[in-house]
Design a protein around this ligand. Structure first.
Ligand SMILES: Nc1ncnc2c1ncn2[C@@H]1O[C@H](COP(=O)(O)OP(=O)(O)OC[C@H]2O[C@H](OP(=O)(O)O)[C@H](O)[C@@H]2O)[C@@H](O)[C@H]1O
Length: 212
């Protein structure tokens, strides 16, 4: 399911929820929605920078991969629930779709290809058999974030990648994801093309696209 909502993705997404955006491979959340996420979730920006620094010698290796981040209760963006331990905080999901942003962004065709790869990588991280997670990330902090997300949204065995043919799953069993019009700003890729990729990859995800 792809649903369109009007507003600010950081405000409209409930607690707990999952916010998805596209990233460069430099560990920089310099502009657009990434900058807004950095301002609201300072802990997430720190975790993201550290993650990317492991690829400093060849940042392009991140292309087509994803990162799962659990934000911290002390972040500005979690202040509504900061004193309510029973309510879980937000998660940030990153798709590495272009090496650099701005005028140096990769070609839209490459951005689209890497968007699809990164979505599949994310799908595996969130829905694979837990015993296989070590093949998808060796980052301890990300591993913890993945496990926390899976337990928060009860992504249990019924939702495993290997089960059931395409289209079999009701929307109610999928993970709700909140996202802006990814790739369409600083990464200058037409939204319709990204939407096409999302449509092809909705076996496990419901997309709530939030338009400013
Ligand atoms: N709060 C909000 N709620 C809802 N929608 C919001 C919003 N804020 C902005 N938008 C809209 O969200 C769309 C995507 O536009 P964006 O330019 O952000 O993302 P993108 O995916 O094209 O590019 C990624 C690179 O942008 C950054 O820039 P740097 O490389 O650091 O310079 C990153 O770090 C990446 O690298 C546009 O429709 C914006 O109107």
């Amino acid at each position: 399911m792809i649903k369109y909502l009007k507003g600010d993705v950081l405000k409209i997404s409930p607690f707990p929820s999952v916010i998805l955006h596209s990233c460069n491979c430099q560990g920089r959340w310099g502009g657009g929605v990434a900058r807004a996420i950095a301002l609201e979730f300072a802990s997430a920006e720190e975790i993201h920078k550290k993650y990317c620094s492991n690829y400093q010698s060849d940042p392009r290796k991140l292309l087509g991969l994803s990162q799962v981040i659990s934000t911290s209760r002390g972040d500005e963006g979690n202040r509504a629930v900061s004193l309510t331990p029973s309510v879980e905080t937000k998660f940030i999901l990153c798709l590495f779709t272009s090496n650099i942003g701005g005028s140096k962004a990769d070609r839209p065709s490459s951005i689209l290809q890497n968007t699809e790869k990164a979505l599949k990588n994310l799908e595996a991280k969130l829905f694979c058999d837990e015993a296989d997670l070590h093949t998808l990330t060796d980052d301890r902090e990300e591993l913890q974030a993945i496990l926390k997300l899976r337990s928060t949204f009860d992504l249990n065995k019924d939702r495993l990648v290997s089960q059931g043919p395409e289209g079999d799953r009701p929307d109610s069993s999928k993970l709700d994801i909140y996202l802006p019009l990814i790739n369409s700003g600083i990464f200058h890729t037409p939204w319709d093309d990204t939407e096409h990729i999302l449509k092809r990859n909705q076996k496990y995800f419901n997309y709530n696209v939030v338009v400013l």
